[in-house]
Design a protein around this ligand. Structure first.
Ligand SMILES: NC(=O)c1ccc[n+]([C@@H]2O[C@H](COP(=O)([O-])OP(=O)(O)OC[C@H]3O[C@@H](n4cnc5c(N)ncnc54)[C@H](O)[C@@H]3O)[C@@H](O)[C@H]2O)c1
Length: 367
């Protein structure tokens, strides 16, 4: 059985389906931050355990043969918003989980890392080169540094009894039953469909490595099935291609024309703290003969159809934007904490219903 931690998320919902299609038994462990919508229609075919990776009981590993860890905070804004939780989930909990796997004889452990580890920022031409898995990196941001630290710990655990594999994925695009519209291509598409225009920030000068969500899922499965000696203790970038954001916008707009959606591009030259990096995906091709196949244009056309078919066009829903959703959950949490329920009272509460009329009469109010 394959354990997918974070399996109800954007990537997980696609990966879980791919695993099921290939005949794997799947267990998902997820604290369901975004609900279970992404895996609801396969719920009968998987085992689902709801919980936080930081307090996961070791019994979750019963019957598990391999682990894919996609759990934790999954972008810069959420990691910056709560760096402590980010470090606990993305780094420390990953280390603990890997340690438990090693002890239990669960050898293959695939970790969702990110190409944002390579970020070199904008305005330094010397650094504007294609980087690979051998390139030195020194991530500073909360998200990327938490991923890098987890990578280092996992690689240090490599041994005759443990085979960690690190997948540094580019920014993902494409449709998932747990949809995200806070990823660059998906954001462009959402803006085109909802507003008729898309905005390229900072003139769109920055580079971004990208990959489709189905290709990302297939990369995980390729690493799951690969001979141990090819993947043990290895880091692989998962990238379809590198694009300047301005070019991406053009590609999205051109693809949309083919499905009769018109959108214009609006530049915005203000600085927004942009990331920029170019990354090679050749090692995965060389080592495992794996090449991502789904182009930005194909994914855009597929998304237009899937968004309509499965009704994901409530673009204002905060659930599709990780940071907006987390902030909303926090606010809801503060409100709900008053009675530990939206409507019901906590069991210990000594509430006695008061008959207002009787009380007012006893106070002489009705005389
Ligand atoms: N989406 C991308 O573009 C991208 C790119 C590179 C790397 N990644 C990495 O891939 C992984 C999956 O990304 P995604 O886009 O599916 O993210 P996502 O936010 O959609 O999914 C993450 C899932 O993990 C769960 N989760 C979060 N914290 C948890 C915790 N403490 N305990 C248990 N479950 C928890 C969430 O409920 C959610 O279902 C993440 O590790 C992310 O950092 C994503």
């Amino acid at each position: 059985m394959i354990l997918v931690v974070g399996g109800a998320g954007y990537v997980g919902s696609v990966l879980v389906r791919e695993l099921l299609e290939r005949g794997y038994a799947v267990k998902v462990f997820d604290r369901l931050y975004y609900g279970d919508h992404g895996i609801r229609d396969v719920a009968e075919r998987i085992k689902l355990e709801a919980g936080d990776i930081r307090t996961m009981d070791v019994s979750v590993l019963d019957g598990v043969d391999a682990v894919i860890n996609l759990g934790g905070l999954s972008n810069d804004p959420t990691a910056e918003y709560n760096p402590k939780a980010n470090f606990e989930m993305n780094t420390q909990a990953t280390e603990v989980l890997a340690g438990l796997c090693k002890k239990r004889g669960i050898r293959r452990f695939i970790f969702a890392s990110s190409c944002s580890i390579y970020d070199v920022g904008i305005g330094n031409d010397e650094k504007d080169i294609v980087l690979d898995e051998e390139s030195p990196v020194n991530p500073k941001a909360a998200y990327s540094s938490s991923k890098y630290q987890a990578e280092k710990s996992l690689l240090a655990m490599t041994g005759s009894d443990f085979s960690p594999v690190i997948l540094r994925k580019g920014t993902i695009y494409g449709f998932s039953p747990r949809m995200r519209y806070d990823l660059v291509v998906n954001t462009f598409l959402k803006d085109a469909l909802s507003k008729g225009h898309l905005t390229i920030h900072y003139g769109g000068e920055m580079w971004r490595p990208l990959v489709d969500v189905r290709d990302a899922a297939r990369a995980y499965i390729t690493c799951l099935e690969a001979d141990e000696d090819k993947v043990k203790g290895e880091v692989f970038n998962v990238v379809y291609g590198n694009f300047r954001v301005s070019e991406l916008a053009l590609r999205v707009v051109e693809a949309l024309k083919e499905v009769d959606v018109k959108a214009e591009i609006r530049p915005d030259y203000r600085y927004h703290g942009v990331r920029s990096y170019r990354v090679s995906g050749k090692k995965l091709e060389r080592t495992l003969d794996f090449t991502p196949e789904v182009s930005v244009e194909e994914a855009v056309k597929d998304m237009v159809e899937s968004i309509a078919r499965y009704r994901y066009s409530d673009f204002d829903n905060p659930r599709y934007y990780n940071i907006a959703w987390m902030k909303l959950l926090e606010e809801a949490d503060r409100i709900i904490k008053v009675t530990r329920s939206v409507f019901e009272l906590a069991p210990s509460s000594a509430f006695q219903p008061t008959v207002i009329g009787a009380q007012r009469r006893s106070q002489g109010a009705d005389r």
